[in-house]
Write a protein that binds this ligand. Sequence first.
Ligand SMILES: N[C@@H](CCC(=O)N[C@@H](CS)C(=O)NCC(=O)O)C(=O)O
Length: 222
Amino acid sequence: MRILYHLPLSPFSRKVRLALAEKRIPFELRIERVWERREEFLAMNPACAVPVLQDANGLVLADSYAICEYLDEAYPDSPLLGRTLAERAEVRRLVAWFDQKFHAEVTRNLLHEKQMKRLLGQGNPDAAAIRAGYANLKPHLEYVGWLAETRAWLAGPVLSLADLAAAAHLSALDYISDVDWTMSDGAKDWYARIKSRPAFRPLLADRVSGLAPPAHYADLDF
Ligand SMILES: N[C@@H](CCC(=O)N[C@@H](CS)C(=O)NCC(=O)O)C(=O)O
């Protein structure tokens, strides 16, 4: 059986869940409390971070970037990295944008500060980081809106890993009520479109104990 070790609000895990689901690859989910530093998990990923995928052939893969590239090569149906050389370069540029820049400037300042830091035993949330996260979200959301208004999907004419990376970060932030969708109509329309896809349903059904999402989180007509 194929197993994905994850945490429900981990954007990198969410990206891999969406990639597997878009490709219609069946898998089982296992929550990995990385802060417990389980020995068997450390053996699979010495970085002790999720996601980790154990494929049906027994191969164990760590890091969402490596996993998604592997999935597109091993399971070429419903390609997610684009068709032409130019499309593939643009998909990779935007995946890096969301997983590096957006993560460092927004997700890390909000989700990590408010949720992960305590679980990892890294102290209290830093109010200045949280303020910076909210301030940075606005221009990033406007950029998503601009991309969505000038192209069919974020990286070009077809849905790609760039959309999944962006949606992974934004859905995790939406769960903790941190996205003000009125900041960009284009981003909101794009998110409503991607959120309606069957691949998104399991993410919308996620519930973290002691932390309820806002009413609009799972609403397709939010
Ligand atoms: N570059 C990695 C980042 C993975 C990552 O940072 N995962 C977080 C959860 S979102 C984690 O497990 N952190 C635990 C830790 O840093 O100790 C990827 O793309 O998979």
